[in-house]
Structure formats: structure tokens, C-alpha cells
Design a protein around this ligand. Structure first.
Ligand code: MTE
Length: 321
């Protein structure tokens, strides 16, 4: 018996046999877990246990579940860019404790038939939450693989009904000096603002994320709600979102304003178009930084070309970088 137990085989005693009702509800639980992809199930099994759980069902969106090994939670939550808390990679984890992710609202305005303000619970209920495992490639040349919890941004876009004039979507994030010590610096134009073309925002891979690794987002990763656009450089994935504006003209982004020759509106991951100061042909996967670890070749559209390539058909990607 002991030996069997050690091998993982447990023969139940009659007194341990589960009553039918309990068995059925347990089966439902197992059923739900079986719906999750292997990586997600693993990520869930080893849930970091730091924050409130926030699970999602298995996504059926094409390309939503990359097979690469997810980055360790400790790396994903301590090596961050969130300039509102400082420009060092370790600053956000250290200083974002002052961010208050609740209560929280996101205002939707501009060229929509149904503008309004959503509170966090309203947003969380707007569509079923899914688990998505995405590559994230930072323009600085490093990458991670993160299991997010959220739903396609398109769900929200459809809900607010863009008018015929809406061609772009602007994302504006929190800028509160009381919560964000980094705002004292003028490295960027605050509030941090990003943008997408409407059809990009409607692409099912563009994600509105509320959690990662099966838990709510840590403050440093953009709590309580952020955008994740996996085929673009990480800076397009605006954190701690407070406003979504539908507009006719291409909006200026914080990074374009800071350095227009270095950061364009599109910012698609593209190994063939270098940043003016460095190559974009390869990347360092965080967690693979041993002495002999090889850099990985960066993939066109971060590996999402089959899904998103069509959005840019006929465009000169050197010009629209
Ligand atoms: N969002 C805000 N509001 N402020 C920022 O400084 N940095 C961006 C993006 N979103 C940033 C932001 C950059 S450069 C990257 S690479 C990603 O967030 C990093 O996300 P992560 O910390 O979850 O990996």
C-alpha cells in the first residue's frame, strides 16, 4: 500500500469512497481544469499564491496559446517597465505598492454610440475570461512568455459601438502623482498614451487583461486592467488603463512624442527593421540568461504573422515602423 501510494496509486478504503454528489461536483472541477491548455494548467497548478485568483477558460482564438515555456512569475513580476514608478527594471516591483487598483473605472469616449464609464466589476463581467499564453517582446531586446487572463478587446469595442468616424483607438493610462512617484520625472509625456488602428484593436489577439498566472495583475504589471498586443513591441501594451478614446485621426503616442525617429505608431515586432540605435533581429528570453544561453531569433510580428500579417498587406513596414 505504501509503495503504491509512493507511486501515486491510491486504492481507496470503502469509507473513503466519495458520495455521488461530491463526485459530480468534483468531476465538474476536473472538467474545467481539462479545458485549460497544458501550460496554463501548469501555471495554474503552480499558482504563485500572492494575489486573488482570477482564472480563465481555454481560449479558442487562433494563436492565443503559444507552446513556449512560460516565464517564471518572479521574473515576470520583478523585471518590468512601468515608467510611472521609475525607469529601472526593479523600480515598479519596489514602488508600485502605492497604486490603488480598486475602486477603478475606465471611461470610454469619442466616436462611439454608447460612451460611458465602466467600473472594474462591470468590465470583468462584460465577456467570459480566457487564459492566453502570449509572447511579449520588448523593444529593448528581451522577451517573456506570460499566461494572461482576460478577453479580446474587441468584446468591449463591439459593446460601445464605434461610429463610422472611428478609425483609431487611443489608450490613456493613470497619471496620479500621489500614487506614482515616477511622474516627477519628465522622461515621458504623462499620462502614458498609446494607440491602435481600429482594425488592430478589433483583432481577436488584442487582449484586455485583468490577470496573469491565474491571479489578478500585480500592480507592477498594470493592475487592475491593461492592454496586451502580442505582435507589437511591449510598449504598445498600456498598463493601468483609465480611458479608451475612439478617434478619427491617428493619435500621438507617448513614445512617438518622446523620440519620433525611434518609435513609430505601428511598432510591430519586425526583425528586419532595426531600431536606429540597435538591431531587432534577436532577443534574450528572460530566464534563459545562463553563460551559454543563446539569444533567440526574433520572429516577424513576434511569431503572430499567420494571424495578423493580413492587417498590414501592401504596407511599407519600413515607413510605417
Ligand atoms: N504602460 C505604462 N502605463 N507605462 C509604462 O511605462 N511600459 C511598457 C508597457 N506598458 C509601460 C506600459 C513597456 S516598455 C513594456 S515592455 C511593457 O509594458 C512591460 O509589461 P510587463 O511589465 O507586464 O512585462
Amino acid at each position: 500500500m505504501h509503495l503504491l501510494r509512493e507511486r501515486g496509486f491510491v486504492h481507496p478504503l470503502a469509507s473513503e469512497i466519495t458520495p455521488r454528489a461530491a463526485y459530480l461536483s468534483r468531476r465538474q472541477l476536473i472538467g474545467a481544469a481539462a479545458l485549460l491548455p497544458l501550460g496554463a494548467a501548469k501555471a495554474q497548478g503552480a499558482r504563485p499564491g500572492r494575489l486573488a485568483p482570477l482564472a480563465g477558460g481555454r481560449s479558442t482564438v487562433a494563436g492565443a496559446l503559444v507552446m513556449d515555456k512560460p516565464t517564471a512569475y518572479t521574473d515576470a513580476s520583478t523585471y518590468n517597465n512601468f515608467y510611472e514608478f521609475g525607469t529601472d527594471k526593479s523600480d515598479p516591483a519596489q514602488y508600485a505598492r502605492t497604486l490603488k487598483p480598486r475602486p477603478w473605472t475606465v471611461a470610454v469616449e469619442g466616436e462611439v454610440k454608447r460612451p460611458g464609464t465602466f467600473d472594474l466589476d462591470g468590465l470583468l463581467k462584460l465577456a467570459p475570461l480566457e487564459e492566453r499564453i502570449y509572447r511579449l517582446r520588448c523593444v529593448e531586446g528581451w522577451s517573456m512568455v506570460i499566461p494572461w487572463t482576460g478577453y479580446s478587446l474587441a468584446e468591449l469595442v463591439r459593446r460601445v459601438e464605434p461610429t463610422g468616424n472611428a478609425r483609431f483607438v487611443q489608450f490613456v493610462t493613470l497619471a496620479d502623482r500621489n500614487q506614482m512617484p515616477g511622474l516627477r520625472s519628465s522622461v515621458l509625456d504623462w499620462p502614458y498614451a498609446e494607440g491602435l488602428r481600429l482594425d488592430e484593436a478589433m483583432h481577436p489577439l488584442a487582449l484586455l487583461a485583468f490577470g496573469m498566472y491565474g491571479e489578478v495583475l500585480p500592480n507592477q504589471n498594470g493592475a487592475p486592467v491593461r492592454v496586451v498586443v502580442p505582435w507589437k513591441y511591449g510598449f504598445k501594451s498600456a498598463k493601468s488603463l483609465v480611458k479608451i478614446r475612439f478617434v478619427e485621426k491617428q493619435p500621438k503616442t507617448s513614445w512617438e512624442l518622446a523620440a519620433p525617429s525611434e518609435y513609430g505608431f505601428y511598432s510591430n515586432v519586425n526583425p528586419q527593421v532595426d531600431h536606429p540605435r540597435w538591431s531587432q533581429a534577436s532577443e534574450r528570453r528572460i530566464g534563459e540568461d545562463g553563460l551559454f544561453a543563446k539569444r533567440r531569433a526574433t520572429l516577424m510580428f513576434n511569431g503572430y504573422e499567420p494571424q495578423v500579417g493580413q492587417l498590414y498587406a501592401g504596407m511599407d513596414l519600413r515607413k510605417f515602423f
